[in-house]
Design a protein around this ligand. Sequence first.
Ligand SMILES: O=C(O)CCC(=O)C(=O)O
Ligand SMILES: [Fe+2]
Length: 356
Amino acid sequence: MASSVGYDRMKEVKEFDESKMGVKGLSDSGVSTIPRMFLHPPESLSGLRNPSSPSIQIPIIDLSNERTEIVRQIRDAATTWGFFQVTNHGIPNSALNDTVSAIKSFHEQPKEAKSKFYSRGELGGVMYASNNDLYRAEAASWHDSLQVWMAPEAAPAEEIPEICRKEVVEWDAHVKNVADKVMELLGLGLGLDAGKFKELTFSDGRAMVGHIYPYCPQPDLTLGITPHTDPGIITVLLQNEIQGLQVKHGDDWVDVKPIPGGLIINIGDFLQIVSNGEYKSVQHRVLANAAKEPRISIVTFINLVKWRDSGSYGPLPELLTLEKPAIYRDFTRQEFLENFYSKGLDSKSLVEKIKL
Ligand SMILES: O=C(O)CCC(=O)C(=O)O
Ligand SMILES: [Fe+2]
């Protein structure tokens, strides 16, 4: 391994960022070795390609099943895995395919078409960049992303790249329906009223991120996305047929197998905290893509809109009893945002910080 003498990481990062070429551009340029800024430390890379046992899989939940049965299944999945796939969610296959194709088309445009959207760090609107945490993370990862804020304030339609505008807007309407349905079931799973999470505005904020994981010439030296937990309430994820997402389950990394028509749902830190640890926000990562065909994923982060008047949040009082007292302290909106925006994806989650 090259010594770090004379290596100016920030310079390399800045040049890459200012080139606006993204990892898609690097991949297309035919590089056979990846730039040093993408190299992850050996401890993050060990066992990367050991396939998980095919018999271990995140739960698959058929949303056309009988309701009390689904509530039980969703509750079990959220408490043990923090991740599950749903089928028969009501979104037509054509919408799944069209959304994946549209996001792929955006990323496959020439640099000139994409670079006018290239920007970072905005809370709202539209932003396209390589590695949202590029300047905060210790090592960059092999993906680029298009982010569009959809709710409570949608990015103006004319700011969404035309090549995927219609699909992004339609996809958001579908995700909203599924998210509302799943949030209701998750609430029931905790013994809350069906409308409780809706009343708390838990599914009223949505940001969509369309990732591309292009072919990586040295997939054993980097990652597609660094291990992290998602900060919000839940995440709804659509992926194409190229595998790469892995979920931490006990000491193992478990491959999430794409299933036709399936949507992946996972619990975020916020929901873990308000559920007083009942539901789990679980670490996940994506392997750098060794296939020639790009991996595409469309992720919608679901967030609450209205904070309590106190400006803070914590475990829901309805869930606390003498036997089950709060295991987290309340945290402020400021703390929540700072924790997310001040560090890389690889930093310690809010959950650890506020544990009592
Ligand atoms: O692309 C994926 O499958 C996962 C992406 C992800 O974890 C994220 O954007 O938070
Ligand atoms: Fe994530």
